[in-house]
Design a protein around this ligand. Sequence first.
Ligand SMILES: Cc1cc2nc3c(=O)[nH]c(=O)nc-3n(C[C@H](O)[C@H](O)[C@H](O)COP(=O)(O)OP(=O)(O)OC[C@H]3O[C@@H](n4cnc5c(N)ncnc54)[C@H](O)[C@@H]3O)c2cc1C
Length: 326
Amino acid sequence: MPSGVLVFGEAVEGGGGLAPVTGELLGAAKSLGGPVTCVLLGAGVEGLAKECGALGADKVIVVDDEVLKDYQGDAYVHVGERICKEADPSVVLFGQTTIGRDMAPRLAARLGTAVAMDCVELSLDGEKLQASRSCYGGSARARYTINGTPQIATLRAKVYDPPERDDSRQAEVAKQSADVSADAIRTRIVSRRKEEVEGVRLEDAPVVVSGGRGLGGPEGFQPLEELAGILGGAVGATRAVCDMGWYPVAAQVGLTGKVVTPDLYIAVGISGASQHMAGISQVKNIVAINKDPEANIFQAARFGVVGDWKEVIPAFTEKVRELKAG
Ligand SMILES: Cc1cc2nc3c(=O)[nH]c(=O)nc-3n(C[C@H](O)[C@H](O)[C@H](O)COP(=O)(O)OP(=O)(O)OC[C@H]3O[C@@H](n4cnc5c(N)ncnc54)[C@H](O)[C@@H]3O)c2cc1C
């Protein structure tokens, strides 16, 4: 009889410790109840097992092997499949990360079950996982159940808080070898190019100041960068402006861009098309500045300013600067 929740944790590349998503996954797993097992795959990850215990894992399965140094679907899915078959969990959770997006569906196919991707809420009705996903550009939620075992889901970033850390808590740690032959890995990493980001990353920013077509041109982003800088935030953009080359595509927020979850999202000259709203559906505080009082963005905004951004943003920036100064 399958039981418990198995979480695939992640480490920050280059030995940067446990990735924040791991704590969030453990928080989600704890909320479902039952024993929680955390799996850590990688090279040099053994030292992170203790932290998983402090964050609520009852058991940690560590596969620390050079062959798992970089994410390679073939190797990770092979090891993940074996662990799932041995542990026989009722629920398996991944982050909606680069690894989770690739690995979860592949694992589901191998195990003959299904996966609910990009979930924003999870609960259990008896043994049945109820997985909610955002749909219609964030205007509605769809609830999924999975006919198959284990029930696999990937979780959107920042929808669950990590459990309170308790360093006195100790998890049972089980070490395993990867047992993957190099021949079984059909891909190899030829080179890496890291996107250079000045300041805080859009996905991690506590404040995002985003610009749309209403800015009138690429130069409109300069005052937004200034405001974001003062607020310790990052700059986002709509697809319309990225398509026109006004701002880098890496900053695009929405259905085909990034999903952001800052504490505060300032939307400047953005109409609020459903495809844009899909990227900010979890944001609690949206402030919209738009000269059209009928703009859709005002429906989702906590505060709205009807006006020309060219007047509002400099005045607002000045006020923030004053408040910061003292
Ligand atoms: C398959 C698909 C995927 C898509 N994915 C995305 C996505 O990921 N992200 C995304 O953003 N879009 C996406 N889109 C595009 C989306 O449908 C909209 O076209 C886009 O979001 C509109 O961008 P915008 O708000 O900048 O422009 P507009 O809709 O043109 O809005 C501009 C706004 O600025 C206001 N304005 C004008 N001048 C001023 C001023 N001086 N001061 C204040 N306000 C002013 C106007 O009143 C207006 O509301 C997608 C579309 C499709 C079909």
